[in-house]
Design a protein around this ligand. Structure first.
Ligand code: NAI
Length: 304
């Protein structure tokens, strides 16, 4: 059996923690000893409106259970909001160790009809929101040499989904953001990982049908807590998690086909070698883009 995962002395920010997955993560962090900033703007499922009460209610739940938490009601979707969320942690608890970027909403529309408003609102909250909260938190973490980020992508982002071009684009963008935070944070003991959850929340319960019964938010939070823990040295990774199933997802680079030293492949060469080019047997998972260049060097020089 593994040792208990605890967060004594650690400070966690969970965005969008007034309900659904964020609330579940915040409750688990608090139960395991973290001091928690419960951020939530309190709007509706399409991002309209605002209310202090969802965040305040979760803070009350934590305090009633003997934990430590403060509420923050700023929007993640502006640089000022992101800074204010991190400032709340620093002012209330002195620092920030963990950031879970979770806040968001949906504006589904077919791509042919998608309005600029619906693109901007979704990119602002999911992708830019993670930038705006993570950047000031990263500065604090870099200074002290410790930090853990968990970003929330989606199967829709990783694999695509009808009517969710705005959401999928923003959610896949988070994978790129997390990879660079992982690379730039490596020397400062700052890890960054991504989860693609599946859970019954107000955002999804109508879409899920009978599956809803089997996917509770609490079945996602254990992985989030592990990835946020001091003992976890994983970074730059992506996990699908829901209903108790946890599985790695990755962006891999296959072996491909090499035309030969100095050869410029013609379109016909591509057609002739498509099977090899598309073959997924054997692949690498580069930690950064330069790794691909380094491994390609000897091949292109004809040394391999
Ligand atoms: P939810 O609607 O219960 O939670 C999202 C929270 O974010 C809400 O409480 C909302 O008030 C808050 N929020 C929205 N805009 C905000 C802003 N600008 N600033 C601060 N807070 C804001 O939905 P759920 O399902 O818990 O979603 C959490 C995250 O998980 C989202 O990023 C969602 O896209 C993602 N996700 C959820 C899946 C699921 O199966 N529930 C599947 C894939 C991804």
């Amino acid at each position: 059996m593994a040792d208990d995962v605890t967060f004594d002395g650690k400070v966690a920010i969970v965005t969008g923690a007034g309900g659904g997955l964020g609330r579940s993560h915040a409750l688990l962090f608090a139960e395991r000893g973290a001091r928690v900033v419960v951020n939530d703007l309190g709007g509706s499922t399409d991002g309209s409106g605002a209310s202090d009460s969802p965040a305040d209610l979760v803070v009350k739940e934590i305090l009633d259970a003997g934990g430590e938490a403060v509420a923050n009601h700023d929007s993640v979707a502006t640089p000022e909001g992101g800074q204010a969320i991190v400032d709340t942690a620093v002012e209330a608890f002195g620092t920030v160790d963990i950031v879970v970027n979770n806040a968001g909403f949906l504006r589904d529309q077919s791509f042919a009809k998608m309005t600029a408003d619906n693109i901007n609102a979704i990119v602002d909250v999911h992708l830019k929101g993670a930038f705006f909260v993570s950047r000031p938190a990263f500065a604090v973490m870099k200074e002290k040499g410790y930090g853990r980020f968990i970003h929330t992508t989606s199967g829709a982002g990783l694999f695509g989904n009808f009517g969710q071009a705005n959401y999928a684009g923003a959610k896949m963008g988070l994978v790129g953001l997390s990879s660079v935070i992982a690379i730039e944070g490596q020397r400062s003991n700052i890890n960054s990982n991504v989860i693609a959850p599946l859970a019954r929340t107000r955002l999804t319960e109508e879409l899920m049908g009978p599956l809803a019964e089997f996917v509770a938010p609490e079945q996602v939070s254990g992985l989030v807590a592990y990835l946020a823990s001091e003992g976890c040295d994983l970074s730059h990774e992506v996990y699908s998690v829901g209903g108790g199933r946890i599985a790695r997802v990755f962006v891999g680079l296959c072996n491909g086909w090499l035309a030969g030293k100095g050869v410029a492949p013609t379109p016909e060469d591509v057609i002739d070698h498509l099977d090899q080019i598309r073959d997924t047997d054997g692949f690498a998972i580069p930690f950064m883009a330069t790794e691909e260049m380094i491994s390609l060097g000897p091949l292109l020089r004809g040394e391999d």
